[in-house]
Design a protein around this ligand. Structure first.
Ligand code: CO
Length: 441
């Protein structure tokens, strides 16, 4: 194994471990927070006045499921450089009164969250994770919970009873996708079990945000173990790689920012999503802390750069006709720069040029993605962010198969490539000169 290969392997293993510990967006934010704290980052509260210092490193969370971390240079800063990804993945949210009894069984009543690939959720061990809200003497507190065992399964209907199953079958979430929980009558309600797992009293429960997740661990696949297969690669692969690059880089000219938003899978329009006030308010407060008003913020934003990082579709060997003839990424082919004439992706010639140069300087490969002109593609958070704050922006991602399945497949090398490019991005200073030229130092 060459040195690069062993670094890639190590980086991919770290990602699989991180995903294993991060079954939902609340746990993802908690685990990112822990990594930041270890590196000396100070947590800020949105509800308190901020007193930021030059040379300081900070992070702030919103709703427990979105997070923005940033470091302030020692000298007056010119702009912001951020990589934005998302914490959420398609899944099922457990409804308020979860038990469904019938035919001698208890199933859990669930609602679809995001663009779930329904057929892939059947016949595999599942569990539930998220947070519980509790009554306390002081008021209300929240606690994270992960029922860490193979608790649930969504059994498919036997093929003998559904002869059309292999000819394409239309699933109904309410009928087909409710997981089997217990034999009726269950000894413990689902919430009692969740409370027990969190070591709190069931009678103190006032609320819950719990989601199903796939219990199957991430693993290396392929003859040379060149692939990784895991839950939630979209978008924890980009999130984790950009975080590692962020933590390693030094920058004395721009405020470097790591942003991870919840609710991308449902359109980002929420209190904590990319379309919310979270990013613009944070930027305003950073400027305000150093005596800069709105004028300073506008000038800084015009001299800033956003990388919107969300996974991309690799060409599928069984469906090459679904991809563009030329701009068809391969797993392990490097970081994917995404283009869309209709602006679902923010990339233009200029922002692509900046990113290509960064990859060149980081010594990592890049490739391009454009939709097949007759196949609608996906969307992401870049253009939604641009409607809030509008620096130059590029959309990128890592090539993967089976996007939105509970078990996705990606290249084992690509995360390391993004780590390298992210470190280079955060260490470089981007500035806009009077001719609107982006200067990269
Ligand atoms: Co995504």
């Amino acid at each position: 194994m060459t040195e690069t290969e062993s670094r890639c392997r190590e980086s991919a293993q770290k990602l699989l471990d991180f995903i294993q510990e991060s079954p939902d967006s609340f746990h993802t934010v908690k685990n990112v927070s822990d990594m930041l704290k270890k590196q000396g980052f100070v947590q800020l509260q949105e509800s308190m006045e901020w007193k930021l210092e030059r040379g300081g490193s900070y992070y702030v969370t919103r709703s427990g499921s979105s997070l923005i971390a940033f470091t302030i240079p020692r000298q007056p800063f010119s702009g912001f450089q951020m990589i934005c990804s998302h914490t959420d993945s398609p899944s099922f949210k457990i409804k308020e009164i979860p038990e469904l009894e019938g035919s001698g069984y208890v199933r859990l009543n669930v609602e679809k969250y995001g663009g779930v690939f329904l057929g892939s959720w059947f016949d595999r061990p599942l569990s539930a994770a998220g947070r519980l809200l509790l009554r306390t003497p002081e008021g209300i507190s929240s606690v994270l919970v992960n029922i860490d065992r193979d608790l649930l399964i969504i059994p498919s209907l036997a093929v003998h009873l559904n002869r059309e199953a292999n000819d394409g079958y239309k699933y109904q979430v309410q009928k087909d996708l409710c997981p089997l929980y217990a034999q009726s009558p269950g000894k413990r309600t689902f919430l009692a079990l969740a409370a027990e797992e969190a070591q709190v009293k069931e009678e103190d429960l006032l609320g819950a945000d719990l989601y199903l997740y796939n219990r199957q661990k991430g693993t290396f696949t392929g003859a040379e173990e060149e692939f990784i297969s895991s839950p939630r690669l979209d978008d924890l692969q980009c999130l984790f790689a950009s975080l590692l690059g962020f933590l390693r880089a030094k920058n004395q000219k721009s405020v470097k920012m790591f942003c991870a938003f919840d609710n991308e899978e449902v359109g980002s329009r929420s209190r904590q999503g990319a379309a919310s006030t979270f990013l613009p308010y944070t930027l305003e407060r950073i400027c305000g802390s150093f005596g800069g008003g709105r004028e300073k913020l506008m000038a800084a934003l015009a001299s800033s750069f956003i990388v919107s990082a969300d996974n991309a579709h690799a060409v599928h060997p069984a469906y090459p006709e679904k991809s563009d003839a030329q701009n068809r990424p391969r797993m392990n082919g490097g970081i994917v720069i995404k283009y869309n004439a209709n602006q679902k992706y923010t990339t233009d010639g200029r922002s692509a040029a900046v990113f290509k140069l960064l990859c060149e300087r980081a010594g990592v490969p890049w490739q391009t993605y454009v939709n097949h002109s007759d196949v609608a593609g996906g969307s992401t958070l870049g253009n939604i962010l641009n409607a809030q704050v509008s620096p130059y922006t590029v959309d990128i991602g890592l090539a993967q198969l089976a996007m939105h399945s509970p078990y996705e497949t990606a290249g084992a090398k690509d995360g390391w490539y993004l780590e390298q490019a992210a470190e280079k991005f955060y260490s470089s200073s981007l500035a806009v000169d009077e001719n609107e030229t982006l200067v990269l130092e």
